[in-house]
Design a binder for this molecule. Structure first.
Ligand code: IPM
Ligand code: MG
Length: 381
């Protein structure tokens, strides 16, 4: 943890990655600079390669140098990985492997994906405003196990090939994610929904039994319910307000969070934090590299900027900066500034860089307002 009283600046690793990653990370950096300046925090940056750009330069989607720098930092900010030039499904090396490896190597087993609906955007959502109003939920996605990391393979069989991926979980893997989600639920509305497919999958039956036991033994104050994943997918768009904290398996979480982003109005708005025990946290927007809009200054940087705010709060202990950045994002949306993905009829979109500048400016303007009110108080007393 770092704060203004620390002698050592916080060390932040930037991994811009591919597609729109570099553009949105620039804006997060701009906003971080403004927030650090305002609150007297200090940070230094490292930068590294991951994903497709790393394959091009080093033939490895997660070069050893990137990983070792990450381990020396307090937190990692990641843009996005992937793109059509590395998309050959038969290629032995793919950008996404870099992302999965960094999550696994840093032991980041819990991926927190908050979904909030901003009142200013309620009309941009394809669902009825009364359904999405006041939605405020967090999906805790298990990130280093399950279908993404189970035994997999491909072998010739008569008539073609046999390919398989397995969804596998151990008791300790489920216990630790259940604890993380329960602690989060306790700090919020006190309600936890565990999502599985226990009517079909053995791994889900172990998941359900383990979550039930952990909550009963250690978190009797947390209200727990179990919902099947297909039903959860439906409830998310029918009655999203019923959810507070959702905890679920890796791939279920991947799918449900793309769905949940529709509630907010755009994938480009959603941040995430990946946490483990001890090492640096990794903060990335949930959107992908969006190669079709990369380099055109039209991507929405808000998901990345809010990821930086989560980093300030959860890894650096800069609560003041985190609150200020979040408030600045809300303010800028309230004043009608919109990137192309969230623009409504009659509004003119602004670019990626301008959105970042507006948010950074507001962080600084809030500073002036705060100083003024402090000065006024001095005069008065
Ligand atoms: C995400 C992404 C990644 C995932 C891809 C890019 C491998 O979809 O972070 O949600 O599936 O985890
Ligand atoms: Mg995804």
């Amino acid at each position: 943890m770092s704060s203004s009283t620390d002698t050592r600046p916080a060390r932040i690793m930037l991994l811009p990655g591919d597609g729109v990653g570099p553009e949105v990370i620039n804006e997060a950096h701009k906003v971080l600079r403004a927030a650090a300046e305002r609150f007297g925090h200090r940070f230094e940056l490292c930068q590294g390669l991951i994903g497709g750009c790393a394959i091009d330069r080093t033939a490895d989607p997660l070069p050893a140098n990137t990983l070792s720098l990450c381990r020396q930092c307090d937190a990692v900010l990641l843009g996005a990985v992937g793109g059509p030039q590395w998309d050959d499904p038969l290629a032995a090396v793919r950008p996404e492997q870099g992302l999965l490896r960094i999550r696994s190597e840093l032991g980041l087993f819990a991926n927190l994906r908050p979904v909030r609906v901003y009142p200013a955007l309620a009309n941009n959502v394809p669902l009825k405003p009364e359904i999405v109003a006041n939605v405020d939920l967090v999906v805790v996605r298990e990130l280093t196990g399950g279908l993404y990391f189970g035994k997999r393979g491909r072998e010739p069989v008569e008539g073609g090939e046999h390919a398989y991926d397995t969804m596998s979980y151990t008791t300790p893997e489920i216990e630790r994610i259940a604890r993380m989600a329960a602690m989060l639920a306790r700090s919020r509305g006190g309600k936890l929904t565990s999502v599985d497919k226990a009517n079909v999958l053995e791994s889900s039956r172990l998941w359900r039994a383990t979550v039930t036991r952990v909550i009963a033994d250690e978190f009797p104050d947390v209200e727990l319910e179990h919902v099947l994943v297909d039903s959860a997918a439906m409830h998310l768009i029918q009655r999203p307000r019923r959810f507070d904290v959702i905890v679920t398996e890796n791939m279920f979480g991947d799918i449900l969070t793309d769905e949940a982003s529709v509630l907010a109005g755009s994938m480009g708005l959603l941040p995430s934090a990946s946490l483990g025990d001890g090492g640096p946290g990794l903060y990335e927007p949930i959107h992908g590299s969006a190669p079709d809009i990369a380099g055109r200054n039209i991507a929405n940087p808000i998901g990345m900027i809010l990821s930086a705010a989560m980093m300030c709060r959860m890894s650096l202990g800069w609560i003041d900066a985190a609150d200020c950045i979040t408030a600045a994002v809300e303010h800028v949306l309230r004043t009608g500034r919109r990137t192309a993905d969230i623009v409504s009829a009659g509004q003119t979109p602004i670019g990626t860089a301008e959105m970042g500048t507006r948010i950074a400016d507001f962080v600084a303007i809030m500073d002036v307002a705060a100083k003024r009110s402090r000065e006024t108080e001095c005069v008065r007393t």
